[in-house]
Ligand binder design. Sequence first.
Ligand code: NAD
Length: 261
Amino acid sequence: MKLQDQVALVTGGGSGLGRAIVERYVGEGARVAIFDRSQERIDEVVKELGDRVIGIVGDVREMDDNRRAVAECVRAFGKLDTLVGNAGVWDWSKSLVSTEDDALVAAFDEMFAINVKGYVLAAKAALPELYKSRGQMIFTASNASFYPGGGGVIYTATKHAVVGMIKQMAHEFAPHVRVNGVAPGGIVGSNLAGIGALGQAGHKFSELPLNDLMKQMLPLERAFHAREYAGAYVFFADRRDNQPATGSVLNFDGGIGMRGF
Ligand code: NAD
């Protein structure tokens, strides 16, 4: 049990990677608050995991919702050791060339608000409790944080911004709170949502031929399930193993940049 008596807050913990992190943390002995915009998804996880988890419905773009999530977590479990900023949306690799002006403006604002502002507001809300516990923050980046081709211009820009944000937070919060990231590649079990302004409301990530795509793209020649990514989040939450780490982002993507020429 690597996270016995630890308390975590996971944004986007109702589905995909976030849900896998919640399940793994609970399996390692932690108690976890799930902050997600979907009541239905939260209910499913709470039903599965029982009283070691609580759910907070809200929107990561709202400061008040982030503060409420931290307050509910501390009220239920007494403290906060680890913030996992993870809620995000995708642009389905929509090309800039084919995007109309109005849609572009709306899509840019929506995606940056969820993928970047959502992380910054969660960090701001969690910081006082993490100072008290000498805790840590872990943010979900992406292969798109380092390489082209994992999304369109807007998604790739948000995920590059996450890396800069992690480094600046690590610098600013040291030595009290450590800040790191995990950069996964394509995730089996994800329900990653698209952007309404780009006409992607009905798109279903689960219907992508991810196994075939990843087999072609990755040196490791297969796609990875959300569960297979969750261990990296245990590593960054377990204070016994990660004390020297801050400002680092783990490439955890099936070797996507290792193809060579
Ligand atoms: P997912 O859609 O399965 O899970 C994301 C969760 O975030 C959902 O439960 C959703 O309700 C919640 N959410 C979305 N917007 C929210 C908001 N405004 N407020 C509160 N909750 C909100 O997707 P996932 O694939 O598990 O994505 C998790 C993270 O992984 C994201 O940051 C994503 O960019 C990143 N990522 C995904 C992939 C992939 O292949 N799916 C690859 C690399 C990185």
